[in-house]
Design a protein around this ligand. Structure first.
Ligand SMILES: C[S@@+](CC[C@H](N)C(=O)[O-])C[C@H]1O[C@@H](n2cnc3c(N)ncnc32)[C@H](O)[C@@H]1O
Length: 281
């Protein structure tokens, strides 16, 4: 299965933060946080959600960002300082379930935000984790699960077969279940099982087109997506139905500077159909 070193994680977190910011801000804007006092961001990463939550909730709000990775929290605090909201923010290095459980004793949250955090490998049982997060809410509080929806994205328009193979190989490489109760697309099932009401689903597309008017697109593709897809193809491509020729073709299309580099094809575009699902206690 894929193994990410610390430097790779930091590159991923900061590059992904820059790329997803417009969708994250849009999602947070839909939560109606004005007047909230206590907000929890679980799996905060480099703090993109943390900053958006602090701004949307306003000066009176305090936002706790939790991550089990100290380096991620350093990035998150720096991002909050750069955005001028550090005074609203606390961070804690802990397991997200531990912090959710403690909400029973120390008062509950007006909002809980989880972006790409309730995911196979991060928690053993996603449905149970969502129930714990729901229990951390005050009555009327909102639980928001945001997903960038990586595996439903369009990365290689016009190369559908190769794109399907690469995404399948990557899922295999990460040990993502192909289907079943732990599959990442089960957010609404988990919110329903957690007994939340007023469930909502929003699709917030993050579009990279035209590519060179948006300075976050090439770094995201070249530093995160292509290395991940090629690593997956090298380890699991055969399992995903790729031949040696398919792998060689992927290397050509995904190598910047190559005359056939896919991003330089006229009409290249990227779409992440990011999802926000919410429910109230
Ligand atoms: C895919 S990243 C998402 C980061 C950020 N929320 C975003 O959307 O950019 C997942 C983050 O959750 C953290 N994480 C994973 N499992 C966790 C757990 N059980 N408890 C606390 N943090 C966790 C990881 O360290 C990582 O920073």
């Amino acid at each position: 299965m894929a193994d990410v070193d610390e430097a790779g994680l930091i590159t991923y977190l900061t590059t992904n933060r820059a790329f997803m910011t417009p969708a994250v801000e849009q999602a947070v804007g839909l939560l109606d946080l004005a007047g909230s006092r206590r907000v929890l961001d679980v799996g905060t990463g480099a703090g993109g959600g943390l900053v958006a939550l602090a701004r949307a909730a306003g000066e009176q709000a305090r936002v706790l960002g939790v991550d089990r990775n100290e380096s991620a929290l350093t990035l998150a605090r720096q991002h909050a300082a750069d955005a001028g909201v550090l005074h609203q923010v606390h961070t804690e290095a802990a397991d997200l379930l531990q912090v959710a459980a403690r909400a029973w004793e120390k008062g509950r949250y007006d909002a809980v935000w989880a972006s790409d955090a309730i995911w196979p490998g991060n928690v053993e049982d996603p449905a149970a984790a969502v129930t714990r997060l729901a229990e951390a809410l005050a009555p009327g509080g909102v639980l928001a699960l945001f997903t960038s929806n990586y595996y439903s994205s369009t990365f290689l328009p016009g190369h559908a077969r190769l794109e399907r193979q690469l995404l399948t190989a990557s899922e295999l490489d990460w040990g993502v279940p192909a289907d079943g109760p732990h599959h990442y697309a089960r957010h609404l099932h988990w919110l329903t099982a957690a007994g939340l009401r007023d469930l909502r689903l929003h699709v917030l597309p993050r579009i990279g087109f035209p590519v060179d008017t948006d300075p976050t697109v090439r770094p995201y593709l070249e530093d995160v997506v292509w290395p991940q897809l090629l690593a997956g193809a090298r380890c699991q491509g055969r399992e995903a139905g790729m031949t040696g020729e398919d792998l060689a073709r992927a290397e050509v299309l995904l190598t910047p500077g190559n005359p056939e580099y896919v991003v330089d094809e006229p009409g290249y575009y990227l779409v992440h159909p990011a999802l926000l699902v919410t429910g109230r206690r």
